[in-house]
Design a protein around this ligand. Structure first.
Ligand code: PMP
Length: 296
């Protein structure tokens, strides 16, 4: 699904065939998840292919790299250019783009030198085949903010999300909703959550979540609607009493939530702000909305 014999990846300054490359099996990235990555989507628009929020994503990659003390020897502009070239080389107009920064050889828990950066891309249609999601309150909690840098996209963090998603899907749900260590709702495994109550939006504050780029776009879109958005600490009960809810993320885009632990929200999904924002978001990323050119 992700590559074939013609797939090209960017690897440390060169464009090479993915299937002819081998990984180094003696890195902290392989063994301990000590790596940083990003996820972006490129959309086909009337003005050609556009990587949505490429600058913000690569800035976040540089931030994640800094936290891991790994160097990326390229500027954001260079990284964006490599990504567009990569799309061309793979003949992709719409695609998901995944830069991954790995440490060099090092089996001890000591600083790792000589990092390696790859960028790969693949066709990734809708992340969820459903148009509205059934979430499960996870028994897993988000990592403690003093144990990890939750605002960075660091590979090892994602074990938590994979465990939570597996648990949810084994129980017949589409996705997991995790609380933070204080019991406040935090986010889904790889997406942020909003809920609406009396035409106002609420979303967990940035401290114990990965505050996504799509989250900030959704907040901006809400501002233009105009719909007030409050960031704060919210309990599972606050969410249970909401009128509707939705998830945001680059891969999942904006997607309404139908129910949590089998309990549906008060409004029909089509009447929710999540459904309206999903349409607006799609117009923005494909540049069919005047705002997308001026503001996004
Ligand atoms: N939380 C986590 C843990 C994620 O992996 C993602 C996807 N990158 C998000 C939230 C949403 O972030 P963004 O909107 O920047 O894609």
């Amino acid at each position: 699904m992700y590559s074939n014999k013609n797939t090209i990846i960017f690897k440390d300054g060169n464009f090479v065939k993915a299937q002819q490359e081998t990984a180094n099996y003696f890195t902290q990235s392989q063994h301990y998840g000590y790596a940083a990555f990003e996820g972006m989507r490129a959309y086909s628009t009337d003005q050609g292919t556009r990587i949505f929020k490429a600058k913000r994503h690569f800035e976040r990659l540089l931030h994640s790299a800094k936290i891991l003390h790994l160097d990326i020897p390229y500027t954001v502009d260079q990284l964006i250019k490599f990504s567009y070239t990569l799309l061309e080389k793979n003949n992709f107009k719409d695609a998901y783009i995944r830069p991954l920064l790995m440490g060099g050889e090092q089996m001890a828990l000591l600083p790792s030198t000589q990092p390696s950066l790859i960028i790969c891309c693949w066709k990734w249609g809708k992340y969820f085949k459903e148009k509205k999601l059934r979430l499960m309150h996870s028994n897993y909690k988000r990592p403690h903010p003093q144990s990890f840098h939750l605002d960075a996209k660091i590979s090892g963090h994602y074990v938590n999300g994979i465990l939570a998603t597996n648990e949810a899907q084994k129980n017949g749900y589409d996705e997991a909703l995790l609380c933070d260590h204080n019991g406040f709702i935090a986010q889904a495994a790889s997406a942020n959550i909003f809920f609406e109550k009396d035409s106002k939006l609420y979303t967990p504050k940035a401290s114990n979540i990965l505050p996504g780029i799509t989250r900030s776009v959704a907040m901006k879109l809400a501002e233009y609607m105009p719909v007030p958005v409050e960031e704060g600490d919210f309990t599972p009960e606050d969410l249970a009493n909401a009128d509707g809810a939705f998830l945001t993320g680059t891969a999942v885009e904006v997607i309404p939530i139908e129910s949590i632990n089998g309990k549906t929200f008060k409004l029909d999904v089509d009447e929710t702000l999540g459904a309206a924002l999903a349409i607006k978001y799609h117009r923005v990323v494909t540049r069919k909305d005047g705002h997308s050119i001026t503001y996004f």
